[in-house]
Design a protein around this ligand. Structure first.
Ligand code: IFM
Length: 491
């Protein structure tokens, strides 16, 4: 029987399907104190001993801020149709309030112009976790005022770039901002307070809704509006499997999708968390503000999550795929435990399950049939090895990543064929970068970054993705063509 996606049965994506790559400001830009940028919670967190692997910080990262033109050429050489990047709020408003820093806006304006000049669709995310530290000092996402400040920031950015950005994303993975930032403590600002995490959930939802309204008021090029969520695809185990799945689905998924797409919080979520908070922070009119029509729902998917009800006697397992920093990302649900998943695994220890992506897309389509979807992140970290060819150029042979991408794109294609309104796929990530609490120990890029020299080297997965982007047809999993001719610095 022919293997789907091989030469015998090529899988093709529609002509307007966006095939691109994604990054985030703090993970690649560096230049942490340059041109008026203020400190963010990730600067503070990463400079706090014990918070990140090897005490790594984003001070330099992939130095993208200084290498913008070369990196734009790199994207063009890969045939990317779209590029998803995030804006650093403290680069634009150093304290999160007040007038815009012109140098900050200028950087993103040059980025957007550079993309358009190369025929690459700009997809801008307003917030990928780098909250200005000055706002955190006033309570961060537990303070309603942060949502209002975010709306002002959205307006500033919309006024500056709202004639050119094609797709706006308000927030990236508010689950992480709220539950890892304020619940488990694995992410900045590192708080471990369940009530604070749930308060942050609501203020992030509110910030999204207010920002969409501000953007709509000032943009002039009829862009699309979206938010990106990291969905938890749950596998229930044991006698209470359905209950464990329901609780975590409410906390992780429906706490966002229901207010955003249906205008209310799920009743079971409010009940499950009643011992943690009374949700009094939800004010009249908030849900109307949050419930804005969305052109696209961004879907981030990497792995599945296995849950079961804890019997209360054995040691509770907490293999939820994130660093254990003492707190809990699951307020109100201590009776659920997270089981290790069978392999194969990526270097993050996350299980590889492409069927989970197909199931997720089909499930979202069933729950929210009117809602177009886009895969805004999918990809894998592996322990890559840079090799030097006899002519002193470099290569990274990463067949596991090529296989991962191939299998997930085939799964996305199956969902598309089954009728899901799926508009695009963005590989995480364009280049190796600062992987938050894991520092530089994990490499997700399709382009390798040598952090000593900042030399970029196309991995085999980049060549494979280039073939996909250029042909819109899923290439076979072996490397498909010679590297494009690039500057000497890129191996
Ligand atoms: O690197 C992150 C990204 O910032 C958000 N989504 C998951 C990626 C891999 O952990």
């Amino acid at each position: 029987m022919p293997i789907p996606g091989n030469a015998h049965t090529p899988l093709s994506f529609p002509a307007d399907f966006l095939l691109g790559s994604a990054t985030a400001a703090y993970q690649i830009e560096g230049a942490a104190t340059e041109d008026g940028r203020g400190p963010s919670i990730w600067d503070t967190f990463s400079h706090t001993p014990g918070k990140t692997w090897n005490a790594d910080t984003g001070d330099v990262a992939a130095d993208h801020y200084h290498r913008l033109d070369d990196d734009l050429d790199l994207m063009a050489s890969l045939g990317l149709r779209a590029y998803r990047f995030s804006l650093s709020w403290p680069r634009i408003q150093p304290t999160g309030r007040g007038p815009a820093n012109p140098k900050g806006l200028d950087f993103y304006s040059r980025l957007v112009d550079g993309l358009l000049a190369r025929g690459i669709t700009p997809v801008a995310t307003l917030y990928h976790w780098d909250l200005p530290q000055a706002l955190e000092d006033q309570g961060g996402w537990t303070n309603r005022a942060t949502a209002l400040a975010f709306a002002d920031y959205a307006r500033i950015v919309g006024e500056a770039l709202g004639d050119r950005v094609a797709i706006w994303t308000t927030l990236n993975e508010p689950w992480c901002s709220a539950y890892l930032g304020y619940g488990s403590g694995a992410h900045a600002p590192g708080r471990t307070d369940g009530a604070a995490a749930l308060t942050a959930v609501h203020h992030l939802n509110l910030a999204h809704g207010l920002a969409v309204q501000q953007l709509r008021a000032v943009t002039t090029n009829s862009p699309q509006y979206s938010i990106t969520l990291n969905f938890h695809v749950l596998r229930g185990h044991g006698d209470g499997a359905a209950e464990a799945v329901r609780r975590i689905d409410a906390l992780a998924n429906r706490a966002f999708t229901e207010p955003l797409l249906r205008g209310h919080y799920p009743k079971d979520l409010l009940n499950d968390t009643a011992s943690v908070t009374d949700w009094a922070f939800v004010q009249d009119g908030d849900l109307t503000d949050i419930y804005q029509p969305l052109d696209l729902l961004g879907v981030n998917y990497y792995a599945t999550t296995a849950v079961r009800l804890w019997d209360g006697t054995s040691t509770r397992q907490n293999n939820d795929g994130h660093k254990d920093m003492g707190g809990s990302a699951w307020p109100g649900s201590p009776q659920v435990e997270f089981l290790p998943q069978p392999g194969p695994h990526t270097a993050m220890g996350w299980n590889i399950d492409p069927d989970g992506l197909e199931e997720l897309l089909l499930d979202l389509h069933t729950r929210y049939p009117e809602q177009p979807l886009v895969i805004t992140e999918n990809g894998a970290a592996f322990d890559d090895h840079l090799t030097t060819r006899p002519d002193d150029t470099h290569a990274v042979h990463d067949p596991e990543r090529v296989d991962y991408l191939h299998r997930h794109l085939a799964a996305a294609h199956r969902a598309l064929t089954a009728g899901v309104d799926l508009r695009g796929y963005f590989v995480w990530s364009l280049m190796d970068n600062f992987e938050w609490g894991y520092g530089y120990s994990k490499r997700f890029g399709i382009v390798h970054v040598d952090y000593e020299t900042q030399r970029r080297t196309l991995k085999d997965s980049a060549l494979w993705f280039r073939e996909l982007a250029l042909t819109r047809t899923l290439p076979p999993t072996a490397p498909v063509s010679a590297p494009p001719k690039l500057g000497a610095s890129r191996g």
